[in-house]
Design a binder for this molecule. Structure first.
Ligand SMILES: [Zn+2]
Ligand SMILES: [Zn+2]
Length: 151
């Protein structure tokens, strides 16, 4: 993502936050900026430890902020229920689907076109629903856990 593009996206995200009644704070901007520039979903622990936040934002504030951002649909929560949640930005116009390892909890973006767009169109047609959306998480055992299993 180019820098100007990510600035525009950050401004749009801040607008979305304000429209749901959240205050524009340094912690809010830092969290959004960090996740926008992150290659993969991050845990709350990784977020508070990131150089952009550590020492600048109170961890308790950041944890509360993450919960509110998720409740307001700005962030998507991913991963295994019994492990640390991972957070990623929920974009207005595109989405990614993910695969999660049930052994080590690692999360990867699917490197393929969304596998269910045709299905979504069919569901819309049959149900009469419009503005369909979905969130996919596939679960399995990652290559490195598979390799260490067979020893
Ligand atoms: Zn694994
Ligand atoms: Zn998809």
């Amino acid at each position: 993502m180019s820098e100007s593009c990510s600035k525009k996206t950050l401004a749009e995200l801040v607008d979305r936050c304000r429209s749901v009644g959240m205050r524009r704070t340094q912690a809010l901007e830092s969290v959004l900026n960090l996740l926008l520039n992150s290659e993969s979903p991050m845990t709350a622990g990784e977020i508070v430890e990131a150089p952009a936040l550590k020492g600048h934002c109170d961890p308790a504030t950041v944890y509360r902020l993450l919960v509110r951002l998720e409740e307001n649909g700005i962030l998507r929560r991913l991963g295994l229920r019994d492990r640390a949640a991972h957070y990623t930005i929920r974009h207005a116009h595109h989405h990614d689907d993910y695969i999660v390892c049930t052994k080590c909890g690692s999360i990867e973006e699917l490197e393929m076109e969304c596998p269910v767009e045709a299905l979504e169109a069919e569901i819309a047609k049959k149900s009469g629903f419009t503005h369909l959306d979905h969130e996919l998480e596939f679960f399995g055992v990652c290559p490195s856990c598979t390799a260490s299993d067979s020893h």
